[in-house]
Ligand binder design. Structure first.
Ligand code: SAH
Length: 252
């Protein structure tokens, strides 16, 4: 029964990062030189990120390094460096590069930060967080998308990211607290379990709102006393964050 699997969670830890030939900054530059997508990726960074106000040098470098074309179907690879979301199956999308850069900048990730992502999707945002030097845990609700993310991340050299199929509303309590939590599907309010799993001084980034036409990108910070302050960073449009118990039943 799929419901049982979801409720029990399904950890998929992959430990191949150390063997990865590409993806991590400072890797074999001859591999990058042969990459036919290098030029379009550089144009994306200049025209869609820098020109639109992304200033965080570490984030720009990370987005220069992560091969976004390896996170979409082969038939969509030629569009991988356009600044738009693309379908990844099951009605879900890989977020547009500008939004990934914006959320990554707002997260203020530092090397060694423990980061939880909710909504693994294609795995692209998780790879950008790993490029920033974070240790990453990511939860995806849909098993088929979780398997896709594992395969994409492995193929792009980010097999060290910790993946789980389950309901992100519950977070990943065994690994808490996290320095950063990046939510990439929209809940109607910030899930309390995620705030609880945020370390003192931690930051949570989330699109919040039921209607994609009026969602806001919020940053919640938690101070040493446990007090939470929220700031608003403008309009965004994400797929909804679906509670695990609202999934339609799947027949065997
Ligand atoms: N971060 C992704 C894009 C996410 S799209 C990327 O870089 O490609 C949003 C994802 O959130 C979808 O894959 C969707 O299935 C997932 N999702 C929706 N509700 C969820 C929930 N309650 N818990 C975990 N994942 C959820």
């Amino acid at each position: 029964m799929i419901g049982t699997v979801l409720r029990r969670f399904w950890p998929v830890s992959l430990f191949l990062a150390a063997l990865a030939p590409s993806g991590c900054g400072g890797g074999d530059s001859s591999v990058l030189d042969r990459d036919p997508f290098r030029a379009p990726r550089e144009l994306m960074v200049r025209n869609d990120l820098e020109a639109r106000g992304v200033r965080d040098a570490a984030v720009l470098d990370a987005m220069r390094n992560v091969p976004r074309h390896l996170f979409v179907a082969e038939s969509l690879q030629s569009q991988a460096y356009s600044d738009r979301p693309l379908p990844i199956g099951e009605g879900q999308t890989i977020s547009q590069p500008f939004v990934v850069a914006l959320m990554s900048s707002l997260a203020q990730v530092e090397p060694g930060s423990r980061v939880l992502e909710i909504g693994t999707g294609s795995g692209y945002q998780a790879a950008v967080l790993a490029e920033l030097g974070a240790e990453v845990w990511s939860i995806e609700l849909l098993p088929t998308i979780g398997a896709l993310a594992a395969s994409n991340l492995d193929g792009a050299g980010y097999g060290g990211i910790n993946l789980r199929v389950g309901d992100g509303y519950q977070g990943w309590p065994e690994e808490a607290p996290f320095d950063r939590i990046v939510v990439t599907a929209a809940p109607s309010t910030i899930p309390p379990a995620l705030i609880e799993q945020l370390a003192p001084g931690g930051r949570l980034i989330a699109p919040v709102g039921d209607d994609p036409r009026s969602q806001r990108l919020l940053v919640a910070t938690r101070n040493a006393e446990g007090e939470v302050e929220t700031t608003d960073h403008g309009a965004v449009a994400f797929v909804p964050m679906v509670p695990g118990d609202e999934l339609p039943p799947v027949s065997d």
